[in-house]
Design a protein around this ligand. Sequence first.
Ligand code: FE2
Length: 183
Amino acid sequence: MAVRYTVPGVSTKDAEQLIKTLQKRLSAYNDLHLTLKHVHWNVIGPYFIAVHEMIDPQVDLVRGYADAVAERIATMGGSPSGTPGAIERDRTWKDYSIGRDTVLAHLGALDLVYNGVVEDNRKAIAAAGEIDPITEDMLIGQTAELEKFQWFVRAHLEDLGGNLASTDSSTEKGAAEATRTDA
Ligand SMILES: [Fe+2]
């Protein structure tokens, strides 16, 4: 959709480009808060209640970020797509692959999920920095909180030598399996 107007001081051409970047972040956040609820429902074993309850405030936070990003798209003259189909269309990763499993298995997989979201956020921050410091500022604040939550996740996976059980894995299933032997 062509942008007819945008925020003062930004060209409509630049706004169109930034809106495309923001749409990908919107779908990433929508995917993430759904995935976090899936983990909330599927963790089992020791530390169940701690992690079950640790996840809900993060769901609320990420849902709020989806709302903020969608409203920034609208403010910039674009049309945010918030449907399940948009998530499927925009994402460059596969559906979360762990079902009912231990707390550590899920946290190992979530560490990888957060790697993906945060890396893409940092690229979006760099792209926004070229065009619009207001959007850049929004994404920086969100990313700081996502990184903080990833620390919560990693604190469960770290051994006394400072190694993360999930570090050497490139797949969620691999990271989940690594927590069974290393942690
Ligand atoms: Fe619940």
